[in-house]
Design a protein around this ligand. Structure first.
Ligand SMILES: Cc1cc2nc3c(=O)[nH]c(=O)nc-3n(C[C@H](O)[C@H](O)[C@H](O)COP(=O)(O)O)c2cc1C
Length: 193
């Protein structure tokens, strides 16, 4: 699969069916993440690949109602780091979140290429998830990536909005609202004919 195909195919689906996670899959996803660039090659990303049923259930218990669809995940990947594990440069350039985001994106795209859903979430109790996974409390649990197989049967746990997002990709900003050529302008430039 070409990179552009994986980028276009990736979706944060919520209707999942469980699947058997192999150790090979974990190594494969970890390799893709590890090949991401990072400031000074600091590689500030850390992951816990969670496949243990009891732990998955424990994590589900500390997620809000809106994320209960994750119960059909085959695996949850905890993504964490700490500010001092990466470059801290002048003008507020703390690079750890940026670099971990790059690595997580590589992981998500590789999972997509392998025919899996890899849905990033921020809705969970970070203190409790860190406890469950033995992650030190001074680390930042940046995100969880819910990994599953896409089910064509819409999950009964979804809200109206979530069902809509299942059917069509949530809208993106048009080019003019987020990209500039040669110089930034805070004014919204109308599309020229
Ligand atoms: C940092 C981050 C946090 C997110 N948190 C949640 C979440 O808690 N629950 C959820 O269902 N989706 C969550 N999402 C998924 C977004 O809602 C989704 O990416 C967005 O609506 C665009 O849809 P798409 O990924 O299918 O293109 C999150 C995504 C990111 C990157």
């Amino acid at each position: 699969m070409r990179v552009i195909e994986a980028i276009r195919k990736r979706r944060s689906y919520r209707s999942l069916k469980p699947f058997e996670v192999s150790e090979g899959l974990i190594f494969d996803l970890a390799e893709s993440a590890s090949l991401a660039p990072s400031c000074n090659n600091n590689q500030p990303w850390r992951f816990v690949f969670v496949t243990n049923r009891k732990k998955l259930e424990g994590i589900l218990e500390v997620m809000p109602k809106g994320n209960q669809w994750a119960k059909n995940a085959g695996m949850i990947v905890a993504v964490f780091s700490k500010k001092d594990m990466d470059c801290v440069l002048e003008d507020n350039r703390d690079y750890f979140l940026f670099d971990v985001g790059l690595a997580a994106a590589f992981l998500v795209l590789r999972a997509t290429e392998l025919g899996l859903v890899a849905h990033t979430i921020a809705g969970y109790d970070p203190v409790k998830v860190k406890e469950i996974l033995n992650i030190p409390q001074d680390m930042v649990l940046i995100a969880l990536v819910i990994v599953g197989k896409h089910s064509r049967v819409t999950s009964p746990l979804l809200s109206e909005k979530q069902i809509k997002a299942e059917l069509e990709r949530p809208e993106r900003l048009p080019f003019q609202k987020f990209a500039y050529i040669n110089s930034y302008s805070s004014e919204v430039i109308e599309e020229t004919q």
